[in-house]
Design a protein around this ligand. Structure first.
Ligand SMILES: Cc1cc2nc3c(=O)[nH]c(=O)nc-3n(C[C@H](O)[C@H](O)[C@H](O)COP(=O)(O)O)c2cc1C
Length: 176
C-alpha cells in the first residue's frame, strides 16, 4: 500500500465524516490489512496492544451485527465491517486500571487511526458504539477475554455529508 496515501494528516482530520451509505464496490484484503496496521500503530498502554480486530465480510453475519446494533442497517451494507475488541489478557499486567480503562483507550486510539487512514484512501467509515455487547460477542463467538467496543463498517462512500460542526473550542479548553 506504500505510496497510496496522498492526503496530509490535517486534511484527513478535517475532511473525515461519518459515512452511513456505501457503494457496493468491494475493498481488497490488502487494503483492509493496511488500514488495520495503521490502527495498530496507535499508542497503547505499555505497548501491550490490548486490542483485537475482527474483520467481517460474511453478509449473514453483517446482518446479524446490524440487528445487534439496534437496526443500524448500514452496518450490513458496507462490504467490510470491522469489530474492534479490547483484549483483557493482554492488558492483565496493568490490573484493574488496565481492564477498566487502558484497553478501552487502546481500542479507541486504534479506531481513530483506522477512520483517518481509511478517509485518506477515499474510503468511508462510521464508528458505531450503540449495540448489544452480549449479542455481538455471541455472533462472533468472542472469547471470554475479548470485549467488543466499536463496530466500524467501511466502504466507498455513497454520500458526502456536511460537517456536523463542533462546540466552540473556547468552551472546551481550560487554561490554568
Ligand atoms: C463512541 C462513539 C459511538 C458512536 N456510535 C454511533 C452509532 O451507534 N451510530 C452512528 O450512526 N454513529 C455513531 N457514532 C458517530 C457519531 O454520531 C459521529 O461521529 C458524530 O455525530 C460526529 O459526526 P462526524 O463523525 O461526521 O464528524 C459514534 C461515535 C463515537 C465516537
Amino acid at each position: 500500500m506504500k505510496g497510496k496515501e496522498q492526503m496530509g494528516v490535517f486534511d484527513a482530520i478535517k475532511g473525515r465524516r461519518s459515512i452511513r451509505k456505501f457503494l457496493s464496490k468491494n475493498i481488497d484484503d490488502e487494503t483492509v490489512v493496511f488500514l488495520l496496521e495503521c490502527a495498530n500503530l496507535a499508542p497503547s498502554a505499555g505497548n501491550l496492544q490490548a486490542r483485537d480486530f475482527i474483520v467481517v465480510r460474511n453478509s449473514e453475519i453483517k446482518k446479524e451485527l446490524a440487528r445487534a446494533a439496534y437496526g443500524q442497517e448500514f452496518v450490513a451494507e458496507a462490504p467490510v465491517t470491522v469489530v474492534f475488541c479490547a483484549n483483557f489478557s493482554r492488558i492483565a499486567p496493568y490490573g484493574k486500571r488496565g481492564v477498566e480503562l487502558y484497553c478501552i483507550q487502546d481500542v479507541s486510539a486504534a479506531v481513530e487511526n483506522f477512520l483517518l487512514a481509511a478517509h485518506a484512501l477515499g474510503l468511508g467509515t462510521c464508528w458505531v458504539g450503540a449495540f448489544d455487547e452480549e449479542r455481538v460477542s455471541e455472533i462472533l463467538s468472542l472469547k471470554d477475554d475479548q470485549r467488543p467496543l466499536a463496530i466500524v463498517p467501511i466502504g466507498y462512500p455513497a454520500e458526502k455529508p456536511k460537517g456536523r460542526g463542533r462546540i466552540d473550542i473556547k468552551r472546551i479548553i481550560a487554561w490554568i
